[in-house]
Design a protein around this ligand. Structure first.
Ligand code: DLL
Length: 428
């Protein structure tokens, strides 16, 4: 599918558009959101001070806590009558973050989502089986509107009902499965249990997102379903799904739709921008949102930006796929680890199934980590040996071994049919 001219525009043209839209966004925030007006006044910044994209650094940052503090509508920039839709992002604690859209916001969202699906190789006329949850979560309706905008057929099945999903896919010949990466594997597993070879199912693209997906996990999805796995990223505070996506040509970094969202990467400790090509926390500014303009949102997601050319011809910056968040860093007896690092090591080992959980406890004032790993169905080797291999590999790669490592039978670890998978349980 050909991309739109803006996706491959000259960088200078993109920058020009970004400055204009950034200024307008600051104006909207300043005029209509008292929260932002106060912050901008404190910093002595007026909308007219935005003369370049770099001037974004003059702006205040917005945090998750700001959304909570301003609950429900303190960050909205338009009158109630202009709000056409509300979504919410469920946190594990406290109030949800409420987000709002005008008609125009929904159009823009649908357009970036359609662009995303097209970049992932989806063609108009194809059938998209949308297994993201419908409702307050942005995944369901976000994908839905985008797929319709691209003139696809949508099956709005939502999360769960997995046997039915498998039957529908076979009977209605769905080309695209949109779901979380953990659900894609659960879907394949269920298909197998129902007597299908999942590789024979008609799906050719899996647009996975909403959760981290490491490389070994993606390989597993692609192999089990014999489909292209494409990483789709987004978050409610900025719009929902459709902030960035991998192109099918390169599958090497997610193109951020920079005409609508301005990305920066900062050092999470200092808030200063990192050097080019370094990893840090992704910060996003909306460039055309009417109902909810957001300045420099600290996503908590760790990534790197790449401005070099992409083989697909798009000029929009690519971000590395997000496998860690600043707040899911596990610190066990002074060792800093991200769950994705553990996942990367263990899923690369033959005989290990892509299901695991990490439990953190405190015993006698010490941090203790239990790692539970599922053995692959096809594994018929020696479990004791596999146990040793996992320990050794973790020690070699991460200089860390869990206090307890338990191997469990295939199917023992609970599967997540609806919503996002949880892998870390902190009992401390
Ligand atoms: O998860 C939106 C979405 C729906 C994205 C469907 C993709 C597909 P929230 O519930 O607000 O929105 O959660 C946003 O989820 O800050 C990341 O930490 C994580 N996340 C989203 N996409 C990815 C991804 C939706 N592709 C939070 N890889 C974000 C890793 C992701 N993490």
């Amino acid at each position: 599918m050909a991309h739109k001219p803006i996706e491959a525009a000259d960088r200078a043209e993109i920058r020009e558009l970004q400055v204009d839209r950034l200024r307008a966004t600051v104006e909207n925030a300043y005029e209509n959101v008292p929260f932002y007006r106060e912050q901008l006044d404190d910093l002595g910044v007026a909308p007219g001070d935005i003369g370049s994209v770099e001037d974004v650094r003059k702006l205040p940052m917005t945090t998750k806590e700001d959304f909570r503090d301003e609950y429900p509508d303190g960050l909205f920039a338009v009158e109630d009558e202009e709000i056409r839709r509300i979504h919410a992002s469920s946190g594990t604690t406290g109030k949800p973050k409420i987000v709002a859209y005008t008609d125009e916001d929904i159009d823009v969202w649908s357009e970036v989502m359609a662009r995303s699906l097209a970049a992932s190789g989806v063609e108009p006329g194809e059938t998209v089986q949308n297994a993201y949850g419908y409702g307050l979560f942005t995944g369901g309706l976000g994908l839905h509107y985008g797929a319709e905008e691209l003139e696809c057929t949508v099956i709005p099945i939502g999360g769960g009902q997995t046997q039915r999903q498998v039957e529908m896919m076979a009977d209605l010949e769905s080309d695209v499965l949109a779901c979380t990466p953990s659900y894609a594997l659960y879907f394949a597993e269920t298909a197998e249990e129902m007597g299908h070879d999942p590789r024979d199912l008609p799906v050719s693209t899996v647009a996975f997102g909403a959760e981290p997906c490491t490389d070994p996990m993606r390989e597993e999805i692609e192999q089990r379903l014999d489909a292209n796995g494409i990483d789709l990223y987004g978050l409610s505070e900025i719009v929902g799904p459709g902030v960035s996506i991998e192109c099918v040509e390169a599958k090497n970094g997610l193109h951020v739709w920079e005409d609508r969202f301005l990305p920066e990467v900062i050092d999470p400790a200092t808030g200063e921008p990192v050097k080019d090509g370094e990893e840090g926390e992704l910060v996003l500014t909306t460039l055309s949102k009417e109902a909810l303009p957001v300045l420099r949102y600290r996503t908590g997601d760790l990534t790197t930006l790449y401005y070099d050319e992409c083989e697909c011809g798009r000029t929009m910056v690519r971000m590395d796929n997000v496998t860690g968040r600043t707040d899911d860093l596990i610190i066990v007896r002074g060792v800093n680890l991200y769950p994705s690092e553990i996942e990367h090591v263990i899923l690369d080992i033959d005989g290990v199934a892509p299901y695991y959980r990490i439990d953190l406890h405190e015993r006698d004032n010490l941090d203790v980590m239990e790692l539970t790993v599922e053995v692959d169905e096809a594994f018929d080797g020696d479990r004791q040996q596999l146990h040793g291999t996992i320990q050794k590999r973790l020690e070699n790669v991460l200089a860390f071994t869990p206090d307890d490592l338990e191997l469990v039978d295939p199917g023992s670890i609970a599967r997540t049919e609806v919503g996002k998978v949880q892998r870390v349980y902190d009992h401390r």
